[in-house]
Design a protein. Structure first.
Length: 255
């Protein structure tokens, strides 16, 4: 079902929409843990020089292109059209399937009432959805040492999630590392995914680009307009990422 390609020697999965729906169904019906990272330029840049991020991404069952920059670069590298699946859309699809299949979703992360608001929005969209949240949890990591509540894994296991959505933010890629290190220790989890800022989008805290802007791959310009302080991050994704990836590919051909 999945055809893999590579950036910075990190596997990327080429999946059509039907493939994604099939993997969600299989993950929720089988008893083997499936982990998903929705990869964007910043994440891949970090993995190119940070062994911890690289290790986490390589351990995932699937690495699905999220940012338009990844898909455009892969086309430039002659991989052809590689569909991208925005993390927020993917999580909504997972919630839809979970409601249809009677599975439980647990969101780990978020602050204040944001997670609670997102849960109410999802319950309204999918009546009967069994979804819970565990927010305001401080989770830090230095090297391989995690600083988090000692009873966190037991608390999550008690909730018996079928789907564990980890929302620790996408800036330091902590959520992918957390999934790689902890998801297998939580009782009942069939599917674990990092969802970054998806909770904020669903709750209405942050605004997603209009459909027209999404369709032409200009979400980065929309984010820059709304959040000009993100200039450095956007520059890394739009300028530095493709340059580094092209240089990496040239070095591979020379070796």
């Amino acid at each position: 079902m999945k055809a893999m390609i590579s950036l910075f020697n990190i596997p990327i999965d080429r999946l059509e929409s039907a493939d994604v729906q099939a993997l969600i169904f299989q993950a929720l019906t089988h008893h083997v843990l499936v982990t998903i990272a929705t990869v964007n330029p910043e994440m891949l840049l970090a993995a190119s020089h940070d062994v911890h991020v690289r290790k986490a991404l390589c351990s995932m069952t699937y690495r699905i292109p999220d940012g338009v920059g990844v898909s455009l670069l892969l086309r430039l590298l002659r991989y052809g059209a590689v569909p991208r699946h925005p993390g927020s859309d993917l999580f909504v699809d997972i919630c839809r399937s979970a409601r249809q299949m009677g599975k439980r979703v647990v969101i780990l992360g978020g602050w204040g009432t944001t997670t609670e608001c997102a849960i109410e929005v999802l319950k309204t969209a999918f009546p009967g959805l069994d979804i819970h949240g565990l927010s305001d949890v401080t989770i830090r990591v230095e090297d391989d040492l995690w600083d988090q509540p000692s009873d966190l894994l037991d608390t999550l296991s008690h909730l018996q999630p079928d789907v564990l959505a980890v929302a620790l933010g996408g800036v330091d890629h902590r959520q992918e590392r957390w999934i790689a290190d902890h998801a297998s220790a939580i009782s009942g989890v069939k599917l674990a995914i990092g969802i970054g800022g998806t909770v904020d989008m669903i709750a209405g805290v942050s605004r997603r680009a209009p459909a027209l802007i999404q369709s032409v791959g200009m979400e980065w310009l929309w984010r820059l307009f709304l959040e000009p302080w993100r200039m450095r991050r956007i520059a890394r994704a739009v300028v530095i990422f493709p340059m580094r990836a092209l240089l990496d590919r040239m070095k591979q051909h020379e070796s």
